[in-house]
Structures are given as C-alpha cells and as structure tokens.
Ligand binder design. Structure first.
Ligand code: LER
Ligand code: MN
Length: 270
C-alpha cells in the first residue's frame, strides 16, 4: 500500500519542489490537482518532475464538473467531458485514475417524484446509466474512474461503499472502482472494517484523514483495523492524505507518515 498526499499540502514554489518535499517527508506518491492539469503547461511541468522523482502519481482529485446526475443534459455532458479529459491525464501521467462524485447535495436538482420514484431512486437510476458510459470511457483511456461516496452533509446521494458496489456490480463495470475515504466512512459506515471487507477488491483508492479531518494520528480514528481490512481484501493501491493539519506541515506531515507506517507494520502481512 502506497502512502500518498494531495499536492496542495506540500510547500514549494513549483511542482518539482512539492515532489521533493513529498519524498523528504516519506511519501510514496502524490495525488494530483485535477484543476491544474487542465493547463497544458502545468501538465507538462508535472510530467517532467514526476519523471525525475521516485515519488509517483497515485490519482487525480478536483477539477471535475460534478454534475453526472444533473437534470440538465448539457450539465451531464460537461461532467462526462471533464472526467474523460482527466482519464486521459491519468493515463498519461501513470496515475490510477481521477476521483469523481456523482452529485454534491448543494447541486442536486433531482425532483422527488414519490410515489412514482423517490429523489434517491431517480438519482441512482440515472447514475447507473452514467456509469455504463463512464466505464466505457475509462476502459478506452486505460485508467480507472474512481467513484467516491461522501458523508450526508456533502451528498444526499451515495454515502456508503456498498451503494457504489451495487451499481458497479449491476453493470458489470471493469473500470469504475471505489474511492474509500476514511473521513466519510467514519460518519456513514457503522463498521469501517466490515464496509471495506464487503466492498472487497472493488476498492481501488483511499483517502486518509483522522476523525476531525486533520492528519492521521491527530484524532481517534482506528487506522489499524481499517488497514487490516484493506490488507485482507488484497488492496495494493494508494492512500492519499486529504485533510487539514494541526501544525506546521514540515513537522506534522512526516510525523503522520511515520505514524501510518507503524500502523501498517502492526498489521504486518497477516
Ligand atoms: C470531499 O469531501 C472529498 O472527500 C473529495 O475527495 C471529493 O472529491
Ligand atoms: Mn475524499
């Protein structure tokens, strides 16, 4: 399992300096900012710096037009186009894939049509159709489309891993996979290890944060049981920091990586 971190958490005047800090702090990988990748110059800068560094690109986050289940077809098209571009960037930069959220609560305009269909049922039905096409786009690009369940305060559709798993299995997707975020799981999953075990090999990427969404080791999250579950399902992907920090990054980031490596060592290879 690789330990990664969103590029924005590193100090540095340019991407090469950020990668240097990632390496010095003990990270294996970096999660790229999808917004920055829209600029060809920034993309080339990242590609050059990654070629010169042992730190690899794990994933892409941000910059997606997250309106996959919008009622407006032009919004859905924009969403799919943005994801298709990021799938190509992932393939070019050697990252597993881009992370996407079907729809955020604040943007969800799906009506409640009960007793015909609830808002949630309509969201799911449209999401399944979108995922069929997203899966084809991802297969063609040779990257994974990483769908992320969020907590109820951010998304009123798709909060738990099993809901993503059901849709992936329904369409038999080969290139849509689950992005499991410890912070969201801590709010939505009654039992994080059980949720990971049930989603199994469909989990392809992880986000890390402690219980208050600061760096791992700063709160009450039980990473050992979560990592044990990830080991058991054979997870070999990357886990990226997506969190705030309780202190100066040059102090708290290396300390947090060391803490996670101790958690991983405790799990061992059992
Ligand atoms: C938002 O809370 C989040 O976890 C991000 O990874 C969404 O892309
Ligand atoms: Mn996340």
């Amino acid at each position: 399992m690789l330990i990664s971190c969103q590029e924005g958490l590193f100090p540095g005047r340019d991407f090469a300096e950020k990668l240097h800090h990632a390496q010095v702090y003990g990270f294996d990988a970096v999660e790229l900012n999808g917004g920055a990748l829209e600029d060809a110059g920034s993309r080339a800068e990242r590609k050059r710096a990654l070629a010169d560094s042992p730190v690899r690109a794990s994933s892409i986050c941000g910059g997606i037009h997250a309106h996959f289940i919008d009622t407006d077809p032009s919004e859905r098209t924009k969403a799919r186009d943005s994801l298709r571009r990021q799938l190509a960037y992932a393939s070019e930069l050697g990252a597993a894939g881009p992370i996407f959220v079907p729809i955020f609560a604040r943007a969800n305009r799906m009506p409640d049509l009960r007793p015909f269909r609830s808002r949630w049922e309509l969201c799911r039905a449209l999401c399944v159709e979108q995922l069929r096409q997203i899966d084809a786009d991802a297969r063609e690009a040779g990257a994974l489309a990483l769908i992320e369940p969020l907590n109820r305060y951010e998304a009123d559709f798709l909060n738990r891993l099993e809901q993503a798993k059901d849709m992936i299995e329904e369409i038999g997707a080969s290139h849509v996979r689950i992005m499991a975020d410890f912070f969201h799981m801590h709010i939505e999953e009654p039992n994080i290890p059980a949720a990971i075990a049930a989603a199994g090999p469909l989990i392809a990427h992880v986000h890390l944060a402690d219980s208050t969404r600061r760096q791992p080791g700063s709160g009450s999250m039980d990473f050992v049981s979560g990592f044990r579950a990830l080991r058991k399902i054979g997870f070999t992907g990357a886990m990226a920091f997506e969190c705030g920090l309780t202190g100066p990054r040059e102090e708290v980031l290396p300390a947090s990586v060391a803490y996670l490596r101790r958690c991983l060592a405790e799990v061992g290879t059992e």
